[in-house]
Design a protein. Structure first.
Length: 478
């Protein structure tokens, strides 16, 4: 086996672990009604099956990515995989609501450790531009298409067996991934804890992000203008400001602020927040549209999203890399967002009695192609100025902004949609039309978020630097 071959096998292992974790973020949504009935969850308690995972996952990503730079990416990846697999088993055998919620929190922590370093490992394993583009395409397919596949797999497992198996299925995959990673994934020593052992900074950023994600996901319940949301949001913001001040003054900062000197790193992360906020919320509200208005079951909903996964796969695996080489990542990001925006705008016109061919397929195809073009380009841009020493940090930052964008988008779109529907019902509008009015508003907001991201990509982003084969990324000086 050649060295090149072993690196591509290692990529398969990394993506298998990533796919397992990405799938879990959506596979649970389909099974929530069955979980509620079986474990006798209250409606408020059921939300914590999702929220506990999101808070742990989003809160630990940035710290986990930096830990990978300090003690070695492979070590952190393996620790995360083992923790995620063990927590999946605990989720599957849970027999009380409290046990499932705690297990989901542990699962989110393991997922954060494993996924935070994956992007950085791929970046360092494939330093040559052409190979890096192909590797980023594979990673982007897993990250983007996994959500659609999760909806389909969740429907199949829940209907064919029971909800426990949406967690049990992770166990054999996790065991195989750990064994394969031990053999195939190259090791890295890291730069040492002494280069960034900022305990106070770690506490500030974890507290800030966890509290921020909690505030966002609970905003739907309390309202955006409530004392609860504004108060906790202010505390989260204060913790974040304290963290930035700490990083500016610390001799060995956890998060070297030099990383934000790059327009592409900063711009790509902002674009990602807005883009994922629009698209993730659309998946959630689109699922409700199909379930409540078109009366699709879980399996039909999963199949409805299948063209998105297929289109992402078709472009991410090979076409995106060639197009990025020919036209540049920034240009392909813009084209991809234009296509995705077109699909979202079609969704704003969906009728109460819509059909799949006439009203959903014209959404799924441009959305899938657009995402297949967007995400490989975005991942390359977000890592374009990262050094080998900061690869884990840059990857963790990208994963964090993706999670914050998803949580923010879901909270904003769900809240505004529900508010519009309630207002319509109060005015005497029939339930189906009231629901549709709420969904239409959410789809318009999704479109607006992607449109703003598109404008920022045009104005802020710059073409990724062209490097010679094997040349390292430029070092960002203090």
């Amino acid at each position: 086996m050649t060295k090149t071959d072993s690196r591509w096998y290692a990529l398969v292992v990394l993506c298998a672990g990533m796919l397992m974790i990405v799938l879990d973020q959506t596979i649970v949504n389909v099974a929530l009604p069955a979980i509620q009935t079986d474990l006798e969850f209250t409606p408020a308690g059921l939300a914590w099956v999702v929220n506990a995972y999101l808070i742990a996952f989003g809160g630990l990503l940035l710290l986990a990515g930096r830990l990978g730079d300090l003690i070695g990416h492979k070590k952190v990846f393996l620790i995360g995989l083992v923790a995620f697999t063990a927590a999946s088993m605990l989720c599957g055998v849970s027999f009380t609501p409290a046990m499932l919620i705690v297990s989901r929190f542990l699962q989110g922590a393991g997922g954060a450790l494993a996924t935070s370093v994956t992007l950085g490992m791929i970046f360092t394993m494939f330093p040559k531009p052409d190979e890096q583009r192909r590797a980023m395409g594979v990673f982007s397919f897993v990250a983007a298409a996994g959500a659609s596949i999760g909806l389909l797999l969740g429907g199949v497992l829940t209907q064919a067996i029971n909800w426990h198996w949406i967690f049990f299925v992770n166990v054999p995959i996790g065991v195989v991934a750990v064994v394969a990673a031990l053999r195939l994934v190259p090791d890295s020593k890291g730069i040492g804890l002494k280069e960034g052992a900022d305990v106070l900074g770690a506490g500030l950023i974890v507290s800030s992000v966890m509290l921020g994600v909690y505030t966002i996901v609970k905003a739907e319940q309390y309202g955006w203008g409530s004392v609860h949301t504004l108060g906790l949001g202010a505390v989260a913001a204060a913790l974040l400001v304290s963290f930035v001040v700490r990083q500016h003054r610390a001799e060995k900062p956890l998060l070297p602020l030099r990383i934000f000197k790059s327009r592409n790193v900063t711009g790509a992360n902002i674009v990602q927040i807005l883009m994922i906020a629009g698209m993730f919320g659309m998946f959630f509200l689109g699922t409700l549209y199909m379930q409540l208005l078109l009366h699709y079951d879980a399996l039909q909903i999963g199949l409805a999203f299948l063209p998105v996964a297929v289109a992402i796969g078709a472009f991410s695996f090979s076409l995106a890399a060639k197009l990025n080489t020919r036209f540049g990542e920034r240009n392909m990001l813009i084209v991809g967002m234009l296509l995705a925006l077109g699909g979202l705008l079609v969704f704003t016109q969906a009728p109460v009695d819509g059909t799949y061919v006439a009203n959903l397929l014209p959404v799924m195809l441009p959305l899938g192609v657009g995402m297949g073009l967007c995400f490989p380009a975005l991942m390359t841009l977000v890592m374009s100025d990262a050094t080998a020493e900061d690869a884990g940090l840059a990857g963790g930052l990208a994963q964090t902004t993706a999670q914050v964008g998803g949580a923010l988008g879901l909270a904003v779109l769900a809240t505004t949609s529900a508010s519009r529907t309630s207002a319509q019902l109060a005015a005497g509008v029939p339930q189906a039309e009231a629901l549709l009015s709420g969904y239409h508003l959410a789809f318009w907001i999704s479109s607006a978020l992607v449109a703003v991201a598109l404008v920022l990509a045009v104005v802020v982003m710059r073409p990724a630097p062209v490097r010679a084969e094997g040349e390292a990324a430029p070092v960002l000086v203090h």
